[in-house]
Design a binder for this molecule. Structure first.
Ligand SMILES: NC(=O)c1ccc[n+]([C@@H]2O[C@H](COP(=O)([O-])OP(=O)(O)OC[C@H]3O[C@@H](n4cnc5c(N)ncnc54)[C@H](O)[C@@H]3O)[C@@H](O)[C@H]2O)c1
Ligand SMILES: [Zn+2]
Ligand SMILES: [Zn+2]
Length: 361
């Protein structure tokens, strides 16, 4: 029997989100219904609400979640009812050209549930990143459920489902940060601080946090930043060069998604250095760069979707590091809120007051 549960929906562009009744079908072949325990509020949810991702309203928001599998459909072997899982938006297919080349983190054919969740009038919902987890129970592809240690706090480990994994992976997987490297991270929200924490975990020795908010920069120090630069008061490129012997950083992670910060990243890296764009630009954004500088500086300009993670490899590893006290996921949880507080969490995010508000159910 389909179930009716409460969830947070963005009905139209720019309108405040609302908690409404949502119909969740029974899991079909290859699908699972997951009882959500926690779901973090990511900037990408706000991008969806503002129409910055696409126009497929209404959206069921939320995608950084942990929970317990309630039911599975036919043929599901990966997970079973009762499993504690973190939801992912990279259920890899194993068959596409990326998977067959042994690079499944680039999978071009990731799975989502085939059935749709709907409003009570039958209107089909677009779940954010194919998840939709500001809801009591959600329907996903079984491969979107990654089993992790059930002793871990759901509010903390659920954050691996998007922003923290994206930031950690942007530095470590995409940027390839290694011990002794210098790293600059522009934008110190949940994603940027995870990049900082990742850089520290793998042994970067100079970690420069850049933001326009002093409070964010203070927090960045607790995640491992060795230096901070406020882009409102200082020339970011000059300062990063000064702090790296005049050269620029080996790896610069852009975690804002704006042309001006991308340009800073481009010029703040050393020759042969790497820029990683993990911030998501809205479709109207353009950058203009002198081609001779792109050529002359060498190195790599990369973008990072989801930190080039492989959930089955990376989530349990990060949960282990968390449980051993080597990766502080708790520090990302600024507050625990109820389903009807998502809209005010967006305001707090925009005012820079939180790293992550986490809906706890
Ligand atoms: N690539 C991915 O897979 C992925 C995954 C999750 C989120 N994201 C994106 O990453 C970005 C960051 O997400 P978040 O949840 O950390 O957001 P957030 O709002 O918590 O953090 C953004 C930070 O950038 C800072 N900032 C804003 N303008 C700045 C500027 N001009 N210079 C320096 N700092 C500036 C803000 O003060 C804030 O601290 C968003 O664009 C989000 O959509 C990408
Ligand atoms: Zn694939
Ligand atoms: Zn996200």
């Amino acid at each position: 029997m389909p179930q009716t549960v409460r969830g947070v929906v963005a009905l139209s562009k720019g309108a405040d989100v609302e908690v409404v009744d949502i119909v969740v079908p029974d899991p079909g072949p290859g699908e699972a219904v997951v009882r959500i325990a926690s779901c973090g509020v990511c900037h990408t949810d706000l991008h969806y609400r503002e129409g910055g991702i696409n126009d497929e309203f209404p959206f069921l928001l939320g995608h950084e979640a942990a929970g317990v599998v309630e039911a599975v459909g036919e043929g599901v072997t990966e997970v079973a009812p009762g499993d504690f899982v973190v939801l992912n938006w990279r259920a890899v297919c194993g068959q596409c050209r990326a998977c067959l080349k042994g690079k499944p983190w680039y999978c071009f054919n990731t799975a989502n549930a085939t059935q749709r969740m709907t409003l009570t009038d039958g209107t089909e919902l677009s779940p954010a990143l194919g998840i939709g987890a500001f809801i009591e129970k959600t329907l996903v592809a079984a491969g979107q459920c990654t089993k992790v240690d059930p002793e871990a706090d759901a509010a903390a480990v659920g954050l691996l489902g998007c922003g923290v994994m994206a930031g950690f992976g942007a530095a470590v997987n995409t940027g390839g940060v290694q011990r002794g490297d210098s790293v600059a991270v522009i934008g110190c929200g949940g994603v940027g601080n995870a990049a900082i924490a990742g850089a520290r975990t793998v042994g970067a020795t100079t970690i420069i946090a850049v933001d326009v908010d002093d409070a964010k920069l203070e927090t960045a120090r607790t995640f491992g930043a060795t230096h901070t630069v406020n882009g409102k008061d200082e020339d970011v490129v000059e300062r990063v060069r000064e702090l790296t012997g005049g050269f620029g950083a080996d790896v610069v992670v852009e975690a804002v998604g704006r042309p001006e910060t991308y340009e800073q990243a481009f010029y703040a890296r050393d020759l042969a250095g790497t820029v990683v764009l993990v911030g998501v630009p809205t479709p109207d954004k353009q950058v203009t760069l002198p081609m001779i500088e792109i050529f002359g500086r060498g190195g790599a300009l990369k973008s990072s979707w989801y930190g080039d993670c492989l959930p089955s490899r990376d989530f349990p590893m990060l949960v282990d590091l968390y449980r051993q006290g080597r990766f502080d996921l708790d520090a990302f949880v600024s507050e625990r809120i109820a389903l009807d507080e998502v809209e005010s969490a967006f305001d707090k995010m925009e005012r820079g007051e939180v790293l992550r508000s986490v809906v706890v159910l």
